[in-house]
Design a protein around this ligand. Structure first.
Ligand code: COA
Length: 382
């Protein structure tokens, strides 16, 4: 296998972007990534996208996006793994370059959620239709059940969950691409509208539009495109039963733990080596569960991570310095690539006010649905 580096990145602002269509968003992000690296061609494109068909009536995104980027003719493939589509697109791009099949690959993600679709029902199509959705469950409902299970097993309070949102909004307030660039107080979070008990509005990621893209090439060619490449040193993908009822313990995210083990093994590192992480906080409870499953903190420390400041900027292991899905936004198919871009910038020392001093090793974890798929990547600044 060849070593693979990221040499360019581009991303739209996340939010309700009514002036831009699905293809506009894609082209803006992809064009920025190519320009950043001074590249005028690619061999292949992966487009992470959860549900263009249901959100805006557009499927077959590979050729459409290649054409609108002015690259009709290149290999182009749409990749779907619900909210983990972007992370899986990165993994496929990584494998394609590592294998020697292609030299320059764009790994991208895009989603347009605010054009009038029945978003809650579209998202629910990533849950188990026969065992869950038929009975009326939604994603806030699934994560509320995970939260209740976790609260029953542990000393976890609504206040602990709320601090995660406070922290991520604080980080997002420093991110010019974030959907929400304002801080929130603990009182605002704990008094926000109840969505699905115990999860309130300010525990939820929003409905968002956006796109993100990174350019990959063999490490040995990276200096042609940038003097600060970031190497992908580990990649792990795993699955778990989709229905919560089919899992041994709904509060345990086994796919996250397995994908992390695979990525740590490939990178020859341990969780303690990671200096900055972007994890999938689609609901604030998910950040706590994922930090534990990734082994970044023991369960008790994970529960209190945001309360103690351990997971905040300046803390022992800063998590979601971008603002996370909560504040940066969650255009589902784009999220995994946006997480990658935050770590890319951190490892290049380009994260501005959000910079984690001296960060050399970073991790992203991107999850599909209520945790039925999870993809973890580990990156090293070179
Ligand atoms: N966090 C903070 N503010 C939010 C928000 C969120 N998650 N969602 C909406 N808002 C704000 C809006 O900006 C708007 O503010 P304004 O009145 O100042 O303009 C206000 O709340 C009402 O927005 P609206 O779009 O009407 O909210 P909604 O009630 O339709 O949707 C949720 C709120 C929580 C139901 C929706 O954001 C949601 O479904 N989130 C979860 C998405 C999801 O499941 N993703 C997949 C995860 S696996």
């Amino acid at each position: 296998m060849r070593e693979v580096a990221i040499v360019g990145a581009g991303m739209t602002r996340f939010g309700e972007l009514w002036q831009s269509s699905l293809r506009d968003l894609f082209v803006e992000a992809a064009d920025e990534a190519l320009r950043a690296a001074g590249a005028d061609h690619v061999d292949s494109i992966f487009v992470g996208n959860m549900s263009g068909g249901q959100f805006v009536g557009q499927e077959h995104l590979g050729p459409l996006m290649a054409d609108h980027l002015g690259m009709a003719g290149v290999a182009a493939t749409r990749v779907e793994s619900a909210c983990a589509s972007g992370g899986v697109a990165l993994r496929l791009g990584f494998i394609e370059v590592a294998s020697g099949m292609s030299d320059l690959v764009l790994a991208t993600g895009v989603e347009k959620m605010t054009d009038g679709a029945d978003v809650t029902n579209v998202l629910a199509s990533a849950a188990d239709q026969e065992n869950e959705v038929y009975h009326g469950i939604t994603f806030p409902g699934l994560y509320a059940m995970i939260a209740r299970a976790y609260m029953t097993e542990n000393d976890l309070t609504e206040e602990d969950i709320s601090w995660v949102a406070v922290k991520n909004h604080k980080h997002g307030a420093m991110n010019p691409k974030a959907q929400f660039q304002h801080e929130v107080t603990l009182e605002q979070v704990m008094n926000s509208t109840m969505v699905s008990d115990p999860l309130r509005l300010l525990h939820c990621s929003p409905v968002s539009d956006g796109a993100a893209a990174v350019l990959l090439c063999p490490l040995e060619q990276a200096r042609k495109y940038t003097d600060r490449p970031v190497r992908i040193v580990g990649s792990g993908l795993a699955t778990a039963p989709m229905a919560l009822a089919h899992r041994p313990d709904p509060a345990r995210l086994d796919a996250v733990a397995r994908s992390a083990e695979r990525a740590y093994g490939m990178a020859h590192v341990t969780p303690g080596d990671i200096q900055v992480a972007e994890v999938h906080d689609c609901f604030s409870i998910a950040e706590i569960c994922c930090i534990e499953a990734l082994g970044l903190l023991e369960r008790e420390a994970a529960v209190k991570g945001a309360v103690t400041g351990c997971t905040a900027l300046g803390g022992r292991i800063p998590v979601n310095t971008s603002g996370g899905l909560k504040a940066k936004g969650h255009p589902v198919g784009a999220t995994g690539i946006a997480q990658t871009i935050e770590i890319f910038e951190q490892l290049r020392g380009e994260a501005g006010d959000r910079q984690v001093e001296g960060a050399r090793l970073g991790l992203t974890q991107n999850m599909g649905g209520s945790g039925a798929s999870s993809v973890v990547h580990i990156f090293e600044g070179v």
